[in-house]
Each structure stands twice: as C-alpha cells, then as structure tokens.
Design a protein around this ligand. Structure first.
Ligand code: SF4
Length: 579
C-alpha cells in the first residue's frame, strides 16, 4: 500500500510504496506506530510543527462490513507521550479510494491552510477565511460547497478549541464522528492546519471474487441477521446508563458518588423515546449505531422553534451529565452541542469541569479565578459559560483548565480528586480494579484499549486473582492492537473471529505467517517503546484518593491491591520491552 507524505513547510508531497510496513504490521495502529517513530523526533514539543500526524487504514477497509475506522497517531499535547485516536464516518473509504494506506503530515504552514487530497493530487488552500469561525459544523458546511465529489469525500476539521491549542481539542470527522481523545485538534492547530478534504476514485483489487463473496457474506450475515450488534443500533452505548447506575458504576459529581439519582432522566431509553430523530452509519457499516438527537427550543416570541441536532452516546452523557450532576437530558444536550461545535473532547471537558466544581466547593479557587462563575453541580448554564472560557482562555485559571485537570490540580491543589488515570480523564466506569489498572497501563490510557471495565463486571460473576486479571488485561491489549491494525469498528470485534479475519484477508490475497496475537504483541511493544522514549514510566503514576473513597461496582477498592496489580503489569511490560 502507498503512503502519502505531505510537507506543510514546503507545500510539497510525495507518494511512496510502503508494503514493507503493511506486510508486517497490517495497517492502522500497527503501521501508524512505525510511521510515528520514523517521523517524530524524540522529545519533540507536541505543540510544535515538528510533531507529525499519521492517519492509517487497514487492508479490510471498505472491503468488509464495519471495517470503517481510521487510526490517528501523534504525540499527545495532553499527556506528552503516545497520542492515538480512532474515528469512522467516511474518512476510511475516502483514504482507501484515493489510493493510500496511510497519510503522514509533517511541518507547519505559515498561514492557516486546508488540504484537498483528491486521488494523486494534493492542494494547499488558503484557510484564513475559515479560521476563527465559531463552529466546526459551519466550517463543514462551507467546505462541502467548495470541495468536489459529494457523497464520496470526507471532510475533517478543527473548531476554535483546536485553533487555540486546548490540549484536549478534537477533530470533527464528517460532522457526527470525531478523533476525540488526546488532543489531535491542538496538533492540527499548531500546524495552522484547519481542515482536510479527501476523495478518490480508485478501486479495490479483488483477486478471487468467489472467495471474497463468501467471506463477505459470512460476516454480513452475522452482523445483520443475528442479535450480535442489535443493541448498538437500537439504543447504542447509552443503554449502559441504567445498568451501570444500578451496580454503582456510574461516576457522579466528580465521583463523590457512583450512582446518580437522576440517571433515568439521562438514560438511553429516555433519549430514545424523547429526542432520537435518526440513526446514521459510518460508510460501509450496516449497523447504524450513530444516534442523532433533535432538540427543539423556543426561538423567540412570535417565532416557533429552533431545531438543534447533535450526536449522543454513553460517554458524552456520563461526562456532561452524571459527572457534573446535570439532571435533565435537555441540559446535557446543550453541553454536548457546545463541546461539539467548539471542537473539544467531551470526556476530558467533563473531568476538567467536575474537578473545577469540587475545587470551587473546597475554596481552592475563587470567583476571581472563575471570572465570577459559581460552579455548582447540575448548573449547566455556568458550565456552558465555562466551556467558552476554556476555549478563549481569558485568564490564568482558564489557561490552566485548557491544559487539563492534571495540570490544573498541580497548580491549584485537589490532586486527590482529579479524575485522570495515566494523564487522561477517565471514561464513565467505576467498576473496580481492572478498570483502574487497565486505564493506567493501556498504551493510550483509554477504556477501549483493554476494556478493564468489562473485566470487572465479569469478575463480579466469577472472581479472579490479581494475576489472572493482569494476564487478561494484557491479552486484550495485544488482541486489540491487532484489531486496531485492521481498524475494524470495535463494536464488531466479536464478529471478527480469527478464523473469519483470516478468510477475509486471504480473499484479498493477504497472507501472514505470524499469529495475529504475535503481531498484536509486537505492536503493543512498539507503542510502549515510543511511550518510554517520550518519558512515560508506569512507576510515576499514583491513583488519586477519590477512587478509594467511593464505593465501586466491586465494593470499596483496596489501594495496596491496585498497587500490586500495577507492579505485575509493569513487570510484564518491562520484560516485553527488554525481550
Ligand atoms: S457500529 Fe457504529 S461506529 Fe461502528 S462502524 Fe457501524 S456506525 Fe460506525
């Protein structure tokens, strides 16, 4: 597969055949981590043009159902080490049909630019007129009128948060999808890169149509004609609100509590009954798990209603709902809309604001810091103003919030209740020890690296020793490194068994002698090498006290046991790296 290298400094590009990488590391994060290592100078400032951006797809992209995602790799401005994020939409197919397996973007433009990539051509367009627009949705609307190939193209862009280098700014992909975590939007911003439009007209070569059809049909049948993915279509991940609340796993009010008295009001069922207006799907996916809500609000006297639309899912509802004590779905939706238009990671915005609320309660910060805002649980109006301030950064306090809760708590105090693990604001689970160890140990510190939250829930039914838990976390880490090198949607990971993946790959003429687990383990190791080179050390991380003060789904957690598990995890990683 070819890699497109774009140099923003010189406004030049070149295309290189890198089958060496794709043959060994498949695609996605496997190829991405190698390209990152090749192009990222050790110790580079993540908010400098020297920080490269890598996008990579996989060999199954667009050829099989739910193979829709794109891996983005970069150095994270939030954690200062590995940045890795995934998004769907139309981006994967657009990269594939333009003829590339990956794109590497280096350097920075002197003035704001947006890139148009259409097949073998790359245009460097003046973006000064769209820089500074208050909503990433509006930027999308403008570029849709300017760029060719409607229906086949993808448009990705940053909002004001990325322009202003908020360290957890996201990148909006085709309006309803995002590279959400770890601050890719700020890396775009520091390069003066506002947006990318990409389309292509090339084909996928299928060597044996009969074999391909068989492999495709088998996967399609399981996805469409069984219940395996039905729950994602019907309610989506929001179906988790009530069950997690029932087992004391729903972080509430900065995890002072683990169940929320108003959970029902923000549950998936409530959203579906009152606000769900349509489902959307990433291109090439028959599931359609993207839930779009419509909110009608009175426009002004004499007029009828203004209609607002926004995507929603569990993590957004947790971070901007229960975590902030916001009891009404409508108010959560206003917050979702705000972060979406400004281009912020919703989860980190939630953990930052929940830290700020408790810091305000504890008198660690004052109205002088907040510029008159009195943070209090559930007060979504104040949160809306605070989010604007995080993006605009009018004073030292908001500049600190724009750097995340770890930085802000080091400066103002309250480290014991800053809800970050491994430097990243937590996802919506207080399920137990596997979740905590999983977050800290995982290469990108996300809940989707090894699904510790799910392991905790399994352990509730069948108890596991700490050793077993660490083994299973690492196994999942390795396996997901492989799945993320194919860049399959993780919702469909159960459908893509080893046997079916093998069949699918072979039908496209791709053979690999190594086992998939072996490949995953090697990719995990490469990610850890990058992390270590950039200063990450598993020994440096303490678990904030708050995680031991509030009852989890597994009861009160024991700090010593978690320290023991982190030690086991570290030993295994050290042995792997030295190997
Ligand atoms: S299941 Fe959802 S996120 Fe996954 S590919 Fe389909 S629409 Fe996209």
């Amino acid at each position: 597969m070819d890699v497109l290298y774009i140099d923003l400094d010189r406004e030049e590009f070149k295309i290189k055949d890198r089958h060496d990488l794709f043959d060994r590391y498949i695609g996605g994060c496997g190829v991405g981590i190698n390209l990152l290592q090749e192009n990222c100078p050790g110790g580079v400032d993540p908010l400098s043009p020297g920080n490269p951006i890598i996008f990579a797809i996989g060999p199954l992209t667009s050829a099989f159902p739910t193979c829709t995602k794109v891996a983005a790799m970069f150095k994270s401005p939030l954690t200062g080490e590995l940045g890795e994020s995934y998004a769907g939409g139309r981006l994967g197919p657009s990269i594939r049909f333009a003829g590339y397996g990956a794109i590497v973007i280096k350097g920075g433009a002197e003035n704001p630019v947006y890139l148009s990539i259409h097949d073998d051509e790359v245009f460097f367009n003046d973006a000064r007129s769209i820089w500074g627009i208050s909503s990433s949705y509006t930027v999308g609307k403008i570029l849709r009128r300017l760029e060719p190939a409607p229906g086949r193209r993808s448009i990705i862009r940053i909002g004001p948060a990325g322009e202003n280098l908020v360290r957890y700014a996201n990148v909006n992909v085709d309006t309803f999808r995002h590279f959400g975590r770890l601050g890719l939007g700020a890396v775009f911003g520091c390069k003066n890169l506002k947006a990318i439009a990409i389309s292509g007209s090339k084909d996928i070569i299928i060597p044996d149509r009969k074999e391909y059809k068989e492999a495709y049909q088998e996967l399609y049948d399981v996805i469409v004609n069984t219940d395996s993915l039905k729950k994602y279509h019907d309610y989506g991940t929001t179906i988790n609100v009530n069950p997690l609340n029932n087992i004391k796993g729903l972080p509430t009010k900065n995890l002072k509590e683990s169940c929320f008295e108003y959970a029902e009001n923000i549950s998936g069922e409530h959203f579906a009954e009152n606000f769900l207006s349509r489902h959307k799907a990433c291109t090439g996916c028959p599931v359609g798990c993207i839930h779009i809500a419509t909110l009608q609000i009175p426009f002004s006297e004499g007029f009828e209603f203004e209609t607002r639309i926004m995507p929603y899912d569990y993590e957004l509802i947790y971070a901007l709902g229960s975590l902030l004590g916001v009891p009404m779905a409508e108010n959560v939706m206003h917050l979702i809309e705000k972060v979406d238009h400004l281009g912020l990671d919703a989860m980190t915005t939630g953990t930052v604001l929940s830290w700020a609320t408790e810091a305000y309660e504890e008198h660690l910060i004052s109205k002088q810091d907040t510029m008159g805002l009195a943070f209090s649980w559930g007060d979504s109006r104040t949160y809306l103003k605070a989010i604007d301030n995080i993006v605009k950064q009018p004073n030292e306090f908001y500049r600190a919030l724009a750097k995340g809760e770890v930085y802000a708590s080091e400066k103002y105090g309250g480290e014991d209740f800053a809800l970050a693990l491994g430097g990243l604001g937590i996802a919506g689970y207080h399920t137990g020890k596997a979740n905590i160890v999983g977050h800290i140990g995982a290469p990108r510190h996300g809940h989707l690296d090894n699904a510790g939250y799910s392991l905790d829930q399994k352990a509730l039914k069948k108890p596991m020793t700490p050793e077993e838990m660490v083994d299973r976390l690492l196994e999942e880490d390795y396996w997901r490194c492989f799945v993320n090198s194919l860049v399959i949607c993780l919702f469909a990971r159960g459908v893509y068994t080893e046997e079916r993946v093998k069949k699918a790959m072979e039908s496209l003429g791709i053979e690999t002698e190594r086992s998939f687990m072996e490949i995953g383990e090697e990719i995990f190791k490469l990610k850890y090498k990058f992390k270590t080179q950039e200063g990450f050390n598993l020994q440096d991380f303490n678990v904030p006290r708050r995680f031991f003060e509030t009852e989890s789904s597994s009861g009160m957690l024991d700090e010593e046991e978690i320290t023991h598990m982190l030690g086991l995890y570290r030993k295994r990683v050290d042995a792997l790296i030295e190997d």
